[in-house]
Design a protein around this ligand. Structure first.
Ligand SMILES: NC(=O)c1ccc[n+]([C@@H]2O[C@H](COP(=O)([O-])OP(=O)(O)OC[C@H]3O[C@@H](n4cnc5c(N)ncnc54)[C@H](OP(=O)(O)O)[C@@H]3O)[C@@H](O)[C@H]2O)c1
Length: 337
């Protein structure tokens, strides 16, 4: 038996329950991991609320894709992993099929990465989702090159911070957007070349963002804009993209319908495209490149987990509440004793 987080109805953090659940042996191509830490992601809040891109198919449902721990057992046909090995998990699977919010969990072997030397459980649960998402968006899909400018919306999110570090490592110039003036200093410290605070506090509207980005790039605009917010704000963001550049939408935090503004903006030579990290994790060659890139950044110290706060497993509802408060800078991690 293992204490596992389950929910039997959609709703707020209060629907999450910690229950003793029988843990099965891993089947062919699967691995069982003793979990030491869990990295929380916005997608879990959305899944729990019924707002994720994929609906909950059955109850009781489980949650979570990103964890660090130690291999307990491997199923038939699994090579390169053995019991006792420190590992992390990344999202390659649906939360309808697997979840990592528990003391002992079964996941597909394809979702298991060996944890680099010197990376502890909390860091191992906090780095992969954000850096692999940022790597895939900037390098594989965005084609960012040294000297490019990239604009990062919701830059204080865990993915946003990783994208600042990745842009910096690639020799690109990251411009960070946040709604929260109090986060400005922290974003500059993380490596943002410039921070644009949107919203009433600084009087900068979504439309003004384009003016600020054009001013910062000598009128050219940014080669890539990475947007976790979507909704009507894409109008201003598309205006901030350079000719030949791309607006990459990878989240929908606004919860509002998203227009396609290309026609009303006079048909600029700008691509608007959605992206998920599954484009990277479900292609073994891309995942291998992402793993090598992130591990090299971790070894050099260029990449590191920005952990906002840790909670314990029996505080899972409080951890979700904290995530939904949007007060965090970086990752919320749940430790499993
Ligand atoms: N496509 C993928 O593969 C992929 C992978 C990982 C995450 N995501 C998506 O990326 C987004 C960020 O995820 P995360 O786990 O990194 O988030 P997070 O760490 O929870 O950070 C969220 C931050 O975004 C900002 N924000 C929240 N709601 C907003 C809104 N309505 N408008 C503007 N900004 C808002 C807030 O900062 P401020 O208030 O300071 O702006 C907040 O602190 C989510 O939409 C998530 O689903 C996508």
């Amino acid at each position: 038996m293992a204490r596992t987080v389950v929910f039997r109805e959609l709703g707020g953090p209060e629907v999450l329950r910690l229950e003793d659940v029988e843990v099965r042996d891993p089947g062919p191509g699967e691995v069982r991991v003793r979990v030491e830490a869990i990295g929380l992601n916005r997608s879990e809040v959305l899944f729990r609320s019924g707002l994720y891109i994929e609906p909950v198919k059955r109850f009781p449902a489980t949650l979570g894709t990103e964890a660090a721990g130690v291999v307990e057992a491997v199923g038939a046909g699994v090579t390169g992993l053995r019991p006792g090995q420190p590992v992390s998990t990344v999202q390659t699977f649906s939360m309808n099929d697997y979840g990592v919010y528990g003391e002992s969990v079964v996941v597909p072997a394809a979702a298991v990465l060996r944890r680099p030397e010197g990376i502890g459980a909390v860091e191992g649960a906090a780095v992969w989702m954000s850096y692999v998402t940022a790597y895939g968006a900037l390098m594989e899909t965005g084609g960012v090159r040294p000297g490019d400018t990239v604009v990062l919306n919701a830059a204080s999110s865990s993915v946003g911070l990783a994208a600042i570090h990745v842009a910096d490592r690639l020799g690109a110039t990251p411009i960070a957007l946040t709604r929260t003036a109090a986060k400005k200093e922290a974003l500059l410290k993380e490596g943002a070349a410039e921070v644009i605070v949107t919203g009433p506090e600084e009087g900068v509207s979504g439309e003004d963002v384009a003016e600020r980005v054009l001013a910062a790039t000598g009128g050219r605009g940014a080669g890539l804009v990475l947007d976790a917010v979507a909704g009507p704000g894409v109008r201003g963001l598309m205006r901030a993209v350079a000719s030949g550049g791309m607006l990459l939408v990878y989240g929908a935090l606004s919860g509002q319908p998203t227009p396609y503004p290309g026609i009303e903006l006079g048909m600029p030579a700008v691509a608007m495209r959605t992206y998920t990290m599954l484009e990277t994790t479900r292609r073994p060659e891309r995942l291998r490149r992402a793993e090598a890139f992130v591990a090299s950044g971790l070894r050099s110290g260029a990449f590191r987990a920005v952990v906002d706060r840790t909670f314990e497993l029996d505080e899972i509802a409080a951890a979700h509440r904290h995530l939904e408060s949007n007060a965090q800078i970086g990752k919320i991690v749940v430790t499993v004793p």
